[in-house]
Design a binder for this molecule. Structure first.
Ligand SMILES: Nc1ncnc2c1ncn2[C@@H]1O[C@H](COP(=O)(O)OP(=O)(O)O)[C@@H](O)[C@H]1O
Ligand SMILES: [Mg+2]
Length: 395
């Protein structure tokens, strides 16, 4: 795992005898910017990918993912910033010399060529001997499970098969880096899920470095070693799926990864405690936020609680903030739904704010009906206080 903060450097300093020099990142994007006229598509994007790592760029449509990949591949010149491959600045290296494989959402296969000619094409371009091309093409066909379909044309292949051909074509010249731009976006859900684990297994087995792009958080969570969340052309947080889920540093990330209950309110100090309040409710903020200088009384903030951490029961007594350390609020049940493997309970706070709780199916927690008064609660350690988002949270 590579944290940009303490990633292996490219220092010129000699290393002490007996200690291996640090490996440069397989890929480093350093402060990339790209403007198209007045549109700033990418704004100061920096990212490192370690050799053999699978990193996903996750962000909403229009956040600059494709533009970033195109700059790394060399198809688009950055307005400023540099791309380094294995520690080497490739600004002046044309795309076909960067040894990067690419897979796009729309397959981009040559329609007039058979599958095997499509796959061998990068080797033809590199003037590899025909016998060697045949050998290598046969190898990658078996690698991606396409044996027997060599002589078909793209129109004679399903979407999933076409994407395997595209992957085989990207792997045939043994690239040192593979870029994949929403490669499964055009496939139906079942097929997509099957291919996600298959592609991940294959690429891990090959030990290839991957920068993958998707707007689908579940796909990112399933496939990646680390996820870089991109918003408005910049990376807002990088981490493992677990890091991002447990420790989002912004409402944007909290809202983008997994489901969240987000309580917007104003901070206030009540008897030495920092409390978040809105119309009709008030709650003590969790311990770490109590100490943090980032949160000032009078400022706007939001508390994030995951649905699986919200407990509930019949309404008894009064819900005061901080009671036995637990955050408790009065609410009204609005719906109980079976959603696949979980029961989803929907509640409403006095100010109309919806709250979701979820329980694995099989664990029953009383019976509730729409309109019932309930008490909802969670433990302070199960929530995160975050600054208000001037743009209003997830897109
Ligand atoms: N060639 C281009 N000319 C003008 N604007 C572009 C061009 N390519 C991308 N953009 C704009 O840059 C922004 C980022 O686009 P893109 O990188 O395609 O985002 P994503 O892949 O995350 O959906 C969008 O606002 C898009 O309209
Ligand atoms: Mg795109």
């Amino acid at each position: 795992m590579l944290d940009p903060a303490n990633a292996p450097g490219r220092s010129e300093v000699a290393w002490p005898a007996g200690i291996a020099p640090p490996v440069p990142p397989a890929l480093e994007a350093r402060n990339l910017h790209k403007s198209f006229g007045l549109v700033a598509a990418v704004r100061g994007l920096s990212l490192m990918v370690a050799p053999g790592e699978f990193v996903t760029l996750l962000g909403p449509s229009g956040s600059g993912k494709t533009t970033t990949l195109r700059m790394i591949a060399g198809f688009t010149a950055p307005t400023s910033g540099v791309v380094l491959l294995d520690g080497r600045d490739v600004s002046t290296v044309p795309p076909h010399r960067r040894n990067i494989g690419m897979v796009f959402q729309n397959y981009a296969l040559f329609p007039h060529m058979t599958a095997s000619r499509n796959v061998g094409f990068p080797l033809e371009m590199r003037r590899v001997a025909p016998a060697q091309i045949r050998r290598r093409v046969a190898e990658v066909f078996s690698l991606v499970g396409l044996e027997g379909l060599e002589d078909r044309h793209p129109v004679q292949l399903s979407g999933g098969e076409q994407q395997r051909v595209a992957l085989a074509r990207a792997l045939v010249f043994e690239p040192s880096l593979l870029l994949m731009d929403e490669p499964l976006g055009a496939l139906d859900r079942k097929l997509r899920e099957g291919l996600q684990s298959e592609i991940k297994r294959l690429l891990k087995r090959l030990g290839i470095t991957v920068l993958y792009v998707t707007h689908d958080q579940e796909e990112a969570l399933v496939m990646s070693d680390r996820i870089a969340v991109i918003r408005d052309g910049g990376i807002v947080q990088v981490g493992t799926g677990n890091d991002l889920y447990e420790h989002p540093r912004s409402l944007f990330v909290a809202g983008f990864i997994g489901e969240s209950n987000i309580f917007h309110g104003v901070l206030d100090r009540v008897g030495g405690d920092l409390v978040l309040s809105s119309t009709g409710w008030s709650m003590r903020v969790p311990g770490p936020a109590q100490e943090s200088s980032a949160f000032e009384p009078g400022s706007q903030a939001a508390l994030v609680v995951r649905p699986e951490n919200v407990g509930f029961g019949p309404a008894v007594g009064g819900g005061s903030p901080g009671m036995i350390g637990r955050v408790e609020l009065r609410a009204r049940a609005s719906a109980v739904l079976r959603v696949g493997a979980v029961w989803r309970y929907e509640f409403e706070l006095p100010d109309g704010q919806p709250v979701r709780a979820s329980l694995p199916a099989g664990i029953e927690q009383g019976s509730f009906h729409a309109g019932d008064d309930v008490m909802i609660y969670w433990m302070p350690e199960d929530c995160v206080l975050l600054p208000a988002d001037e743009r209003g949270g997830a897109d």
